[in-house]
Ligand binder design. Structure first.
Ligand code: HXC
Ligand code: NAP
Length: 231
């Protein structure tokens, strides 16, 4: 049996598939993209910063990566990106709602706009991409997969990251609801809830050095270790 830090899927498992990973230019989105390409997929990566996408494309594979700048908060941009994907790749088989925003703060110190920004990226962004892709799949009678990235605090809630916890709980409800509603179209929705995986995006914003000096993160995890990107 493969170890947690070894590839788990059979070679060629994603041959011929086209997968859209939002926020695929960095962190866990980039790691998933790399593995999907190794398994045979063509991967569309999106994010707001073109230079980040270009760098990831160069790093992983120039041929199997299609970078498309798109802010998931804006439904028109999402629809345009989808149209571009279908024109460029001819099809779309899967969507990974991975793009996210987060910061650590006492909630009473947040402006209303700051709270909205997180809800807009995480919940509205996942809704925008899922709705646009779902309409396309249903209209074109295509079977498809959606993978949503939530967190362990989607169930428990979490102090000091309240906008993220609120939005991620919403994404979990979206996943469960549409998994039932769209099963008849052959559209499968799943979610995964990673514990802490070191990425620059999460670490810069959630685990600043002063905090890590006081709290040993591994001690709070039953397995006593952080996640590794391959798993
Ligand atoms: C309080 C903050 C803040 C902070 C920004 N704001 N940072 N408030 N504490 N640390 C406020 C600003 O004052 C502003 O409000 C509003 O938020 C929007 O800030 P902008 O910088 O204008 O927005 P934008 O450029 O869109 O940036 C969005 C962002 C940024 C979310 C603030 O951090 C970002 O782009 N993040 C993307 C990557 C990311 O966060 N990755 C981490 C994912 S980890 P006002 O009212 O002043 O205008 C994760 C789960 C980890 O999701 C789970 C671990 C177990
Ligand atoms: P990350 O590297 O900061 O990735 C976030 C990505 O989202 C970036 O590529 C960013 O690109 C993109 N993004 C942000 N706002 C966007 C917007 N409005 N439109 C389009 N793209 C946008 O963070 P990560 O740690 O890899 O997290 C990836 C996912 O895993 C997130 O859903 C996160 O909640 C989840 N997660 C992470 C951990 C962890 O420990 N790392 C734990 C549990 C869950 P741009 O800035 O260029 O737009």
């Amino acid at each position: 049996m493969a170890q947690y830090n070894e590839p788990m899927l059979r070679e060629g498992a994603l041959d011929g598939k086209v997968i859209w990973v939002t926020g695929g230019g960095s962190g866990l989105g980039k790691s998933m993209t790399k593995y999907f390409v190794e398994l045979g997929a063509t991967v569309v990566i999106s994010g707001r910063r073109e230079e980040v996408l270009a760098k990831a494309q160069e790093e992983i594979s120039n041929k199997k990566i299609v970078p498309i700048a798109c802010d998931v908060r804006n439904y028109n941009e999402v629809e345009q990106a989808l149209q571009q994907i279908v024109e460029t790749c001819g099809q779309l088989d899967g969507l990974v709602n991975n793009a996210a925003g987060n910061f650590i703060s006492p909630t009473e110190r947040l402006s209303s706009r700051a709270f909205d920004i997180i809800i807009d990226i995480v919940l509205k962004g996942s809704k925008n991409c899922t709705l646009a892709c779902g309409k396309y799949w249903i209209e074109n009678k295509r079977k498809a997969r959606v993978l949503n990235i939530v967190t362990t605090y989607s169930w428990t809630g979490s102090a000091f990251v309240v906008p993220s916890a609120t939005a991620k709980a919403g994404v979990l409800a979206l996943t469960r609801s549409l998994a039932v509603e769209w099963a008849k179209y052959g559209i499968n929705l799943n979610a995964i809830a990673p514990g802490p995986f070191p990425t620059k995006g999460a670490w810069d914003r959630l685990f600043p050095e002063e905090l890590l000096k006081k709290v040993k993160l591994e001690d709070r995890i039953p397995l006593k270790r952080l996640g590794e990107h391959q798993e």
